[in-house]
Design a binder for this molecule. Structure first.
Ligand code: 4AD
Ligand code: MG
Length: 464
């Protein structure tokens, strides 16, 4: 019957002359005058299809094979042979074709060759069958494996931080609440919601970041990383925001900001290098179809050091640029997308690491500098996407941390355990978070973050 192969395996010359079996979904059928048909078969193992030759002598040629079209699922047994065509090394001469499932050509939504990304988002359950979304899925897989590989090689422990949490790590308040209270009849006591009747005895939320818990583990184990889904309920209907996204967060004891920056830069280089090395076919597709500079951009980044610039220097540079920005550039305000783009796309033409931000625009946990005005924050900005990494050295001094929390209106008693880390054997430590989808957006050149996660969640959308 033959060895079961993936399409990727069957495309390699290693199996020429062997009886093999492949399974997958038909992309196209073309009937030739010579009494046979060509089927293009894809199974997701690679971008390219396997060419199947189905002769009219096959018993179901008229009854079934000549009715096959886009989306039908089949199993093919046959002889793998060298292909005379220039596009592929091999082709499969079918001895037997079994149809698993039909796809009505009148109704199957992926008939046309080109669909808009907007339309494909409405059929997120079928879009993995297109070239673009297959390529995204394979690059996403490669990226996640490269993340683990990097940290494992550096001696980090992979840890798991909770998804449900009572604390607001980023202090932004954009959290999804988790409750088992009956929303149609919320229990009240003295006019306030009675959380003693809620599942956890207190308000709780989906996490916006695993950082606070990762700090507890780093302050015992040294170097750790947490990697999981995070949730933000901010009403940002942009091409760079998701309500559910994946973040990898390393946290390191005894690391100061400079060590943190150095690690982040080495980490990003490793990731881009691995994707170029392991997904050449998919990256060539993105270069051809999505962004002509996709490969070149990554290659350039791997070679040249990232620019490092303090926030204050960045403000001076922007103010001196002679550019009329829509949002005014002013020390103490957050940079807008247009400012980030000016720095990364026009001025430096590459990634920029900004550090030492004004204390008032960053969360409570960042270490205060001696100037009293800035904190040891660092953001990695890249062309087109903007911020892909956000991190900092953490405030390890108890009194200063307590003061910063009070300043930002946080109740110290809710963070008692976090403060304990500063009470007992406190150490300098640092960490950062890389948004996996932002990184993928940058790698693939896809314009909308909703197209680099299989089932995106954003305001007004949680279909599937
Ligand atoms: O800069 P952020 O908010 O940093 C933190 O959450 C820190 N606690 C991380 C740490 O130090 N351990 O988020 C980190 C990264 C951003 O740089 C961005 O890449 C991504 O997470 N990100 C988002 N990605 C998609 N959709 C959103 N709504 C995102 N918000 C942040
Ligand atoms: Mg940030």
């Amino acid at each position: 019957m033959g060895q079961k192969l993936s399409v990727a395996q069957a495309r390699s010359p290693a199996w020429i002359g062997k009886e093999v079996v492949v399974r997958g979904w038909v992309r196209t059928r073309r009937d030739s005058k010579g009494g046979f048909s060509f089927l293009e078969l894809n199974d997701g193992s690679c971008l390219e299809n396997l060419q199947i030759i189905a002769d009219q002598k096959l018993e179901n040629y008229e009854s079934e094979i000549r009715r096959l079209g886009a989306g039908c699922s089949i199993r093919v047994e046959g002889l793998l042979q060298a292909s005379p065509g220039s596009k592929q090394a091999t082709e499969l001469l079918a001895h037997k074709i079994i149809v698993y499932g039909w796809a009505d050509p009148e109704r199957y939504p992926l008939q046309k060759k080109h669909h808009s990304f907007e339309f494909l988002r409405t059929i997120a359950h079928l879009r993995p069958r297109t070239n673009t979304f297959g390529a995204v899925a394979r690059v996403r897989n490669c990226l996640c494996m490269a993340i683990h590989e990097f940290f494992q090689n550096e001696g980090f422990l992979y840890i798991h931080t909770p998804i449900i949490t009572p604390s607001d790590c980023e202090g932004a308040g954009a959290m999804f609440q988790v409750t088992t209270l009956n929303l149609a009849d919320v229990p009240k006591r003295n006019g306030e919601i009675d959380y003693s009747l809620d599942f956890f005895d207190r308000p709780s939320y989906l996490t916006v970041s695993g950082q606070l818990e990762a700090e507890a583990l780093a302050c015992a184990l040294g170097k750790v990383y947490t990697f999981g889904p995070t949730f933000r309920a901010e009403n940002s209907n942009t091409t760079r925001h998701l309500a559910e996204f994946w973040m990898v967060e390393p946290e390191m004891a005894f690391f100061e900001l400079e060590d943190n920056v150095e690690l982040a830069e080495r980490f990003l280089r490793h990731l881009f290098g691995r994707v170029l090395e392991r997904c050449p076919e998919d990256m060539a597709f993105f270069r051809e179809r999505i962004d002509p500079t996709a490969i070149e951009t990554l290659e350039r980044i791997i070679e040249s050091p990232f620019v490092r610039l303090s926030y204050t220097e960045a403000i001076e540079l922007l103010q001196g640029s002679g550019r009329a920005f829509e949002f005014p550039v002013q020390w103490g305000r957050d940079l807008q997308a247009e400012h980030e783009r000016y720095l990364t796309e026009e001025h430096f033409r590459g990634p920029v690491i900004l550090y030492d931000y004004p204390r008032q625009i960053k969360p409570f946990y960042m270490r205060l500098n001696d100037d009293g005005k800035t904190v040891r924050a660092m953001d990695v900005l890249v062309p087109k996407v903007g911020e892909i990494v956000g991190g900092s050295q953490r405030e390890e001094r108890l009194e200063i941390l307590e003061a910063r929390m009070a300043e930002q209106g946080l109740e110290a008693q809710n963070y008692w355990w976090y403060l304990d880390l500063r009470r007992y054997g406190t150490v300098p430590h640092s960490g950062f978070g890389l948004g996996v989808e932002r990184a993928l957006q940058f790698i693939t050149g896809l314009g909308n973050i909703r197209d680099v996660i299989p089932f995106p969640r954003f305001p007004g959308w949680a279909e599937f």
